[in-house]
Design a protein around this ligand. Sequence first.
Ligand code: FES
Length: 99
Amino acid sequence: MSDVTLQLDDSPNATLIAHTDKSLYDSLAEANIWLRKSCINGACGVCRCRLMSGAIDYRGRHPYGLNGGQQADGWILPCIAYPKSDLKLVHLRRQEPKS
Ligand code: FES
């Protein structure tokens, strides 16, 4: 297990430490950042965000919830993505607070 740094939403102050053995979704949730979700297995695309720098690993799974154009534009699926390096993520789709 290694620590990596996540920079979020273009803010130099919005950083957190994640671990290479946890999905991005779980690391963000531990930091109390809740992304929209539905399937949690890479099928629906609801959790998607955009990777601006760094590398992730889907560990043999396929991001069926993204079309080819989205993948080419850097969109990733945090529910099945594991960080391989420091990452910069933007366009996080946060859950709406429950009322
Ligand atoms: S929650 Fe469905 S692809 Fe991530």
